[in-house]
Design a binder for this molecule. Structure first.
Ligand code: ACO
Ligand code: PYR
Length: 540
């Protein structure tokens, strides 16, 4: 039996620098500090906080991050080599880096002769001097513990001119760099090339500590990072959720999970850090104001969501029949979806216990048939769990009529130059009485919601607790132009008397008329809430 300790891989996060180079990503100073704290809590080794020369926010970040009580992570300041033709000590960028007081400085320099000759337009010797001088200038300051060298375009440079690429790395080592970070800046390299290149490099520079920084332009950032580790890299650089320039950086969430759960490496200082990967991913999406990616490996909302009937049938018996790791191992959870692709097992798994129908195959099939017919018409029940449950209540004859609609009407008034106003009129019969109400709203749905609530408020005060939160509409068959069907999904929150949210639920409606589709989703929600709240119907 091997007694060898698993190799520990350093994890270097650049969400706050390279991540913010992604389209649509901006983080406030407070967000950057919060993410720093979170990454430190989970045991990240290095956090690249920004580019101190770039903007006042990054300067402020490096001032304020010193007040955080970080337990493990080292904050890194990023910048490029000195400008051509001047001394490092006279370069504003160099001075901004050391003035940041960061214990680690990461300097990016040119490896590819194309960039040296054509982009910077300098001699190759000057580029080598810029790399060595810049690193030496930083290492010459006592507070600087380490300088990492980001070899920009390393793999493209090595392909074009391997001798020169290696000279640039030697210049970095001569300056005192403690990590040579091989960057696949354009994200175009293939894993085989990354592997063989690093192996060749290790023969030339056996003592150098190699790190890897990949981009995802070929969808290979994770693969390239993992082969680099296999070839001996000691550090992986990337971002949370893979945000970053163009197609993004490597997603450190996937890298860490693969290193720890699949390949037997140690990564991140905290023992149970992989259990918090889902939480971390969602935290960063939230602060970066980005939508979750359902299919994101390990931590996406769909990473352990089972939809096909055959899958659900098997997963209920043996979870790993359709799951490569347990959802809990990365802090995620299993979900069973109901749709036209479901089998009876999906219904038994999602609602079998709540409705006590785990063994009632006939009822499960009846509801499934109904789901299939409705989804064929444009409904979607995966995310509209309340409308789906209502189908079950109906199939079990447990969905009473709480009111009878006589009619509703919506009027939108638009005067030239004025904002439009909307009025809805609703007439319903509740028990023996007619309620005829009117409400104004921001639009037809808001006005109808108001008018129907007024009509029902005395008979069913429970509706006071349910609030409309979000409204989404999508065209189902766009080929029909303005006569196309639309699918409306409405999210509601149920609140207690202190206005604390107890739970959310969603309903769906489909129609050629957007107001009718909205009415269907709205009334589904009211009926669902009344059943769940055990309201007695006044209509017999
Ligand atoms: C692969 C990467 O992700 S590297 C990081 C890229 N990140 C960023 O660019 C975001 C932060 N950048 C910035 O805030 C700005 O671009 C700054 C402050 C760095 C520079 O701004 P400016 O002085 O206005 O220059 P600009 O951005 O137009 O052009 C880059 C300049 O840096 C020079 N340069 C580029 N790379 C290097 C390098 N490795 N070493 C030295 N100089 C370099 C270019 O020659 C050019 O200088 P020039 O205008 O004298 O020809
Ligand atoms: C340094 C860096 O971000 C890159 O080369 O991609």
């Amino acid at each position: 039996m091997s007694t060898e300790q698993p190799r520990r891989i350093e994890i270097y996060d650049t969400t706050l620098r390279d991540g913010t180079q992604g389209e649509g990503v901006t983080l406030s100073l407070v967000d950057k500090l919060k993410i720093t704290q979170k990454l430190d809590e989970l045991g990240f080794d290095y956090i690249e906080g920004g580019y101190p020369l770039s903007n006042p926010k990054d300067v402020a970040y490096f001032e304020q991050v010193r007040d955080l009580d970080l337990k493990h992570a080292k904050v890194c300041a990023f910048g490029m080599t000195r400008r051509k033709g001047i001394k490092a000590k006279d370069d504003v960028g160099m001075n901004a880096l050391v003035d940041s007081k960061s214990p680690v400085i990461t300097i990016v320099g040119k490896t590819w002769d194309l960039h040296v000759d054509e982009v910077l337009g300098i001699s190759r010797e000057e580029n080598l001097a810029m790399i060595e001088d810049s690193i030496a200038f930083c290492t010459g300051h006592d507070h600087v513990e380490q300088v990492f060298y980001d070899a920009e375009h390393f793999f493209d440079g090595f392909k074009a001119n391997p001798e020169y690429a290696i000279q640039t790395l030697k210049a970095a080592l001569a300056g005192g760099a403690t990590r040579l970070v091989l960057c696949d800046t354009n994200g175009g390299s293939m894993p085989e090339f990354v592997l063989t290149t690093i192996k060749r490099l290790k023969e030339t520079l056996p003592e150098a500590n190699i790190a890897i920084h990949t981009h995802n332009d070929c969808g290979l950032a994770v693969a390239n990072s993992l082969v680099a580790v296999r070839a001996g890299a000691v550090q992986v650089q990337g971002t949370i959720n893979g945000i970053g320039e163009r197609c993004g950086n490597v997603d450190l969430i996937t890298v860490v999970a693969n290193l720890k759960l699949k390949l037997g490496f140690e990564a991140l200082e905290r023992e149970d850090s992989n259990l918090h990967l889902t939480e971390l991913s969602r935290y960063v999406y939230e602060l970066a104001n980005q939508n979750l990616v359902p299919g994101q490996p390990y931590v996406g909302s769909g990473a352990f969501a089972h939809k096909g009937g055959m899958h659900v049938h098997a997963v209920q018996r043996i979870a790993h029949s359709y799951e490569h790791v347990t959802p809990e191992s990365v802090g995620n959870s299993r979900r069973i979806l109901v749709s036209e692709l479901s089998g009876a097992s999906n219904i038994a798994a999602t609602l079998g216990k709540k409705f006590d129908i785990e063994n009632n195959r006939d009822l499960q099939r009846e509801v499934l048939d109904r789901v299939q017919v409705l989804e064929n018409k444009g409904y979607q029940f995966e995310a509209a769990e309340a409308s789906f449950e209502l189908l079950l209540y109906k199939a079990m004859n447990q969905c009473p009529d709480f009111w009878h609609l006589d009619h509703y009407r919506c009027v939108i008034l638009k005067n030239n130059g004025n904002a439009s106003s909307t009025e809805a009129i609703v007439k319903v019969k509740v028990g023996d009485d007619y309620e005829h109400t009117v409400a104004e709203g921001d639009g037809p749905v808001n006005a109808l919601d108001g008018a129907l609530r007024k009509a029902l408020q005395h008979a069913y005060p429970q509706l006071h607790d349910v609030k409309l939160m979000d409204y989404k509409v999508r065209v189902v068959n766009p080929n029909e132009g303005t006569a196309a069907k639309v699918r409306v999904m409405i999210e509601f929150a149920v609140r207690d008397e202190n206005q604390e949210t107890l739970r959310h639920f969603t309903t769906v409606g489909v129609n050629e008329n957007i107001v009718d589709a909205s009415w269907e989703a709205l009334t589904d929600a009211f009926a669902y809430h009344l059943i769940e709240a055990k309201a007695e119907t006044l209509c017999v």
